[in-house]
Design a protein around this ligand. Structure first.
Ligand code: SF4
Length: 518
């Protein structure tokens, strides 16, 4: 086969930026699969140029002018940027391939703009794309492995792509690693709930940690496992065998049910500096919080005690919540979260608005069937800038009033000071302050407040939220135009719109048949 010039672009943001936070943090959000694809393409004998797009790069200048094939990895919030880039590179003669969460969630839509759209991706899928390497237009082809790969190239093999990415991060440098795929829990909104849990090779993990200690003075590793530590002893034994205690800083997302005090103590001994447990709801998903059937205030007190215990051992804890779940009704869920903020001043609360990402989870079929999904442009589907599921037990106005009330409470001067006082380590202390006063805290208060104002005053927004029209309000169109900057001109016509019932239609009429390879 001819040696191909391949470009791989990992989109960690949704448009060009000059923001300070982006400069500091974006390179640390790099995904693992684009690096893996780079390793596999080189193993097939091709020439790879890899770029982690943090919002500062000129991709046309960075990829070879005569690039044959461009792989783009994107979350849904970066889909419009991905579509614009695909259009641009196709105009220069390249064949384009989309992978990552957006390709898995919205394959029908992505096929309109890419030659290949990938579901689960293993080496056989990549090999087939490379061997075919043809244009597929107007509709791209969908390729998927039957399951996630059993093994993935580790840090040592990915280092040639990791290192230049880390160079873009001026202060913190976080190396992405994986110990497992999928999750044994079944949180109905989560893309990983339908992926069978599967630990990866512990030998590779150990080798990677040893390798990292040779490369970096004190490595900092971000575990990308959907739920770190499901096989707790196995993975901690592996870490302890590979690195002396507390010689590497680790960050992980883990459910509270895995974070008993002995486990947390062991994590501390091994250098874990930040944990992100998902609490999600005070009325649902009790199994992952280890609260069983306890609900409401009882759950708040129990979870708060648990998180305060973690904070005695681990400097940084972010607690994740989903707002607008069907189990929520009235002001109480929001008031309970405020109570949690008071009782757990050291934790940083991360809020997500309930979102249905295409075919990510079977529950989305129910939402589509009930006509509760709104077709917001993908650009806003980042769990905050739009909630694309109509709340079951709230009007939009009431819902946003509650969200604004909770966000204001969480990022009030008093709460910021309490959080500062309750956190002892210097970096986490200031990190909490910066997050509160930047786009995440104050920025969201401003955004939600503006949206709430428009729910009263902007007829386009009102009709859109009330599902009387699918015409996208100017408010959103202008934001996409602003965020894409010079790439707006490459956004294909019609790309702001997608069929928000595509999953349901494909299930009911003509199931999308991925071609299984291997
Ligand atoms: S525990 Fe976390 S990763 Fe697992 S299904 Fe629930 S939300 Fe997803």
């Amino acid at each position: 086969m001819r040696k191909l010039r391949i470009g791989i672009v990992d989109l960690v943001t949704k448009g060009p930026t000059r923001a300070l936070y982006a400069r500091v943090m974006h390179a640390n959000l790099a995904s693992i699969m684009p690096q893996v694809v780079g390793v596999w393409c080189e193993a097939e004998g091709h020439q790879v140029t890899f770029v982690c797009y943090t919002g500062f790069e000129n991709l046309v200048a960075e990829l070879p002018a005569d690039v044959d094939l461009v792989f783009i990895g994107a979350f849904t919030e970066a889909a419009l940027l991905a579509y614009a880039l695909s259009n641009l590179f196709r105009s220069r003669g390249a064949v384009t391939v989309l992978g990552g969460p957006h390709a898995r969630c919205y394959p029908e839509d992505a096929r309109r703009y890419f030659d290949y759209v990938l579901g689960f991706t293993d080496r056989a899928v990549i090999r087939e794309v490379l061997q075919d390497g043809a244009r597929h237009r107007p509709l791209g082809v969908h390729r998927a492995a039957p399951r996630q790969p059993a093994t993935l190239p580790g840090v040592r093999e990915r280092w040639k792509f990791i290192e230049p990415t880390l160079r873009k991060a001026p202060f913190f440098k976080i190396v992405p690693m994986l110990g497992s795929l999928g999750c044994p829990y079944t949180c109905s909104f989560c893309i990983d709930s339908v992926v069978p849990y599967q630990p990866l090779d512990m030998q590779v993990l150990q080798d990677d940690l040893k390798f990292l200690r040779q490369q970096l003075r004190r490595p900092r590793v971000g575990w990308h496992d959907p739920n770190f530590g499901v096989r707790f002893d196995e993975v901690l034994d592996a870490i302890e065998a590979a690195a002396p205690p507390d010689s590497i800083d680790f960050i992980a997302e883990s459910s509270l049910s895995l974070l008993s005090e002995p486990h947390v103590q062991r994590l501390r001994r091994n250098g874990f500096k930040a944990l992100l447990p998902g609490i999600e709801s005070w009325y649902d998903l009790g199994n992952k919080s280890k609260t069983g059937k306890v609900e409401g205030l009882g759950k708040v007190e129990q979870v708060s005690e648990h998180v305060n215990m973690i904070l005695r051992h681990i400097p940084y804890v972010q607690t994740n919540f989903v707002l607008g779940l069907d189990s929520d009704r009235g002001p109480e869920p929001f008031e309970l979260t405020k109570r949690f903020v008071d009782l757990t001043p050291g934790a940083f609360p991360g809020y997500s608005l309930l979102s249905a990402f295409g075919r990510a989870a079977p529950l989305n079929l129910e939402y589509q069937r009930a006509d509760r999904v709104l077709p917001f442009p993908f650009h806003f589907l980042d769990n905050n800038h739009a909630m694309n599921v109509k709340p079951k037990n709230y009007s939009w106005r009431d819902f946003y009033d509650h969200v604004i009330g909770l966000t204001r409470y969480t990022f009030s001067g008093r709460a910021i000071v309490n959080r500062f006082r309750a956190t002892t380590a210097p970096i986490p202390r200031w990190m909490n302050v910066v997050r509160a006063v930047s786009s995440e805290g104050f920025g969201r208060i401003r955004y939600h407040t503006e949206l709430r104002r428009r729910l009263d005053a902007d007829p386009q927004i009102q009709r859109y939220f009330d599902q009387e029209t699918t015409e996208i309000p100017q408010f959103y169109v202008e934001r996409v135009r602003r965020d894409l900057g010079p790439l707006w001109q490459w956004l294909p016509e019609g790309a702001l719109y997608h069929d928000h019932h595509a999953y349901l239609k494909s299930e009911e009429a003509q199931p999308l048949e991925p071609v299984n390879v291997g």
